[in-house]
Unconditional design. Structure first.
Ligand code: 13P
Length: 318
């Protein structure tokens, strides 16, 4: 870590009454610098509850937008304005409206990896750590539209036994992890537990032992008796897995699983962001209030309040 840069950031953070939130996929030095690190759900809850005036969101745009939706009085900064999420961009609000027109009785559930406009068109939002609970909370006879991630959607459908109308979106970083990657990693480390994110493809999930959100992976690794783990998600999480579990070993399922958008955030950009108060993420009020309904309903479904390192409710799922 660049000590000088980090000191300057800490100083400015105090002056601005700012908090730094970082997703588990962020570069290691950003995770180390952050006040809170977590998965999408834990970060949403933190953003909604903080007393800071400024939230520097080290993640991608939809995460910063979620913070802006939940904390209207605060200034939310995204240190790189181009840090987007291609999965979130795979569906527009108009495309969702058309889907709803074709299924007028369906409830629309959107994955948090979606734009504020898509959230505003949705009845419920969910993250990978609570998608099953959100879908289970809907009446058994209710038709369900699930957007935009088809792989998470299929996983939830399988776990809940609910048929859902799926949008064909996907995360390119998770799609880069192949069946061969898992088979090769298992050959190299036959005693290792394979943890996969639900955004992975179905064949990859079938070959894995545990299907977990990033927060659930951190919890599972802490609690497991196993000593070796193959990690089928964005490789940034391995930084914290290693840090929290010095006696255990973690191997990426694929070195290609690197999200270029998450890696746009650097220490310099965090500093500039606090110096110049950019790039502010602003959600128009009429979109924000409707999007907030979907997020509020998601939070209501949850019996547990996740902490910054522990976003999972209950045990792992497969
Ligand atoms: P988590 O909620 O599991 O951290 O996932 C976030 C994400 O964007 C996965 O691509």
């Amino acid at each position: 870590m660049n000590v000088q840069l980090s000191e300057k950031i800490q100083q400015l953070k105090k002056e601005r009454n700012a908090i730094i939130l970082a997703h588990n996929y962020q570069p290691g030095e950003i995770q180390d610098l952050a006040d809170f690190t977590g998965d999408s759900l834990a970060l949403s809850v933190k953003a909604a509850g903080t007393e800071a005036d400024v939230i520097v969101f080290c993640g991608v745009r939809f995460m910063a937008e979620t913070a802006a939706i939940l904390s209207p009085g605060k200034t939310v900064l995204l240190p790189d304005k181009h840090a987007g999420c291609p999965l979130a961009d795979m569906i527009t609000a108009e495309q969702l409206r058309e889907l709803k027109r074709n299924h007028p009785d369906a409830a629309a559930v959107c994955y948090v990896n979606s734009s504020a406009e898509v959230k505003a068109e949705s009845d419920y939002c969910c993250t990978s750590s609570n998608a099953i609970e959100v879908v289970e909370s809907l009446p058994g006879n209710k038709e369900i539209i699930f957007v935009p991630d088809q792989h998470l959607g299929r996983f939830v459908s399988e776990k809940t036994g609910r048929e859902m109308i799926l949008w064909p979106g996907y995360c390119a970083t998770h799609a880069a992890i192949t069946e061969d990657d898992i088979k090769n990693a298992r050959t190299a480390y036959p005693d290792a537990v394979v943890m996969a994110h639900p955004e992975c493809t179905e064949p990859v999930k079938k070959l894995s032992d545990q299907i977990l959100s990033t927060g659930q992976m951190l919890k599972y690794a802490r609690q497991s008796e196993a000593k070796r783990f193959i990690v089928a998600t964005e490789t940034g999480i391995i930084h914290t897995l290693k840090k929290e579990n010095p006696g255990k070993e973690f191997f990426p399922a694929s070195k290609r699983a690197v999200c270029p958008n998450m890696k746009r955030i650097t220490l310099e950009k965090v500093l500039w962001s606090l110096e110049d108060m950019h790039y502010q993420v602003i959600v128009p009020e009429q979109i924000r209030t409707r999007a907030k309904n979907a997020l509020d309903r998601m939070v209501k479904v949850l019996p547990a309040s996740p902490d910054s390192r522990q976003a999972s409710r209950g045990g792992p799922t497969k």
